[in-house]
Design a protein around this ligand. Structure first.
Ligand code: DQA
Length: 253
């Protein structure tokens, strides 16, 4: 099975994997600096990792940043992500605070995608998915295992669950401790993409060991790869220029 979605000027799940760059600034000034650098690069999507932003608990400031990003990158799809501390993020937030932030951001009309974690409390998660759909915001349902690489079956089951609860994209990032773990991730990706997926999937093995998955993961069915531009948002992200060169090597379109 193969599936794709069209968003703004790109089709996710078709051809060369799309390159996403995370913005990890702590302040509006730092975010603006990153936006200047991004403007000169060939990128497909940007992710605002709002858990790095100092004033993420102030909805007015969050909206100001989103307006700035939208204004400077008019054609790129924007993903909004608050990564919880439980899954490798930078700030502790109560479930209520997470939910309020997400509802607020969904209603701004400034984003294309919102990244909702698969394993937050289920009713809140489902409410957020429903709210995103009502407001025409696409959902990436995500899971991050910074401690290990789950079994092939467990990886597939998480991606399937993300699909079953209504995600538009299913994503998983795992931590390998040996090369076999990277193979497990790639095998799970391939089986999911070929056999079960009705939506695009994004997978990666983190850290240096996992670099292979960030460069050739697309051949196995992963539709987006995350690259660093100034600072990285996760271990093992390859710098955008090097990544683009490697992708050119493996894909023609
Ligand atoms: O989920 C992901 C993937 C990621 O963790 C990575 O390993 O590249 C980076 C995060 O910013 C993003 O939200």
């Amino acid at each position: 099975m193969k599936s794709s979605i069209q968003v703004r000027n790109i089709t996710i799940g078709e051809g060369k994997p799309k390159v996403c760059v995370p913005i990890v600034g702590k302040t509006l000034a730092e975010i603006n600096e990153a936006l200047q650098v991004i403007a000169n690069q060939q990128i497909d999507l940007i992710e605002w990792r709002a858990d790095f932003f100092q004033a993420v608990d102030d909805m007015n400031q969050v909206t100001t940043v989103l307006k700035e990003i939208r204004q400077q990158l008019q054609t790129s799809p924007i993903i909004f992500t608050f990564r919880t501390a439980e899954e490798g993020g930078n700030k502790k937030f109560s479930l209520d605070a997470y939910s309020q932030l997400y509802q607020g951001v969904i209603h701004t009309g400034l984003i294309d995608f919102i990244d909702i974690e698969l394993f937050i409390e289920a009713s809140t998660r489902n409410e957020l998915v429903a709210s995103a759909k009502q407001n025409e915001v696409l959902t990436i349902i995500s899971n991050h295992d910074f401690a290990k690489t789950p079994s092939k079956e467990a990886i597939i089951n998480r991606l399937k669950l993300a699909q079953d609860i209504g995600g538009d994209v299913a994503k998983i990032a795992v931590m390998p401790t040996n090369p076999g773990d990277v193979l497990t991730l790639l095998e799970a990706t391939y089986t999911m993409a070929e056999t079960y997926a009705t939506i695009p999937i994004i997978t990666m093995a983190m850290d240096q060991l996992g670099t292979l998955s960030r460069t050739v993961g697309g051949l196995f069915g992963s539709s987006v790869t995350f690259a660093s531009i100034t600072k990285s948002s996760a271990p093992g992200q390859v710098n955008i220029k090097e990544l683009q060169q490697m992708l050119d090597y493996f894909y023609t379109s």
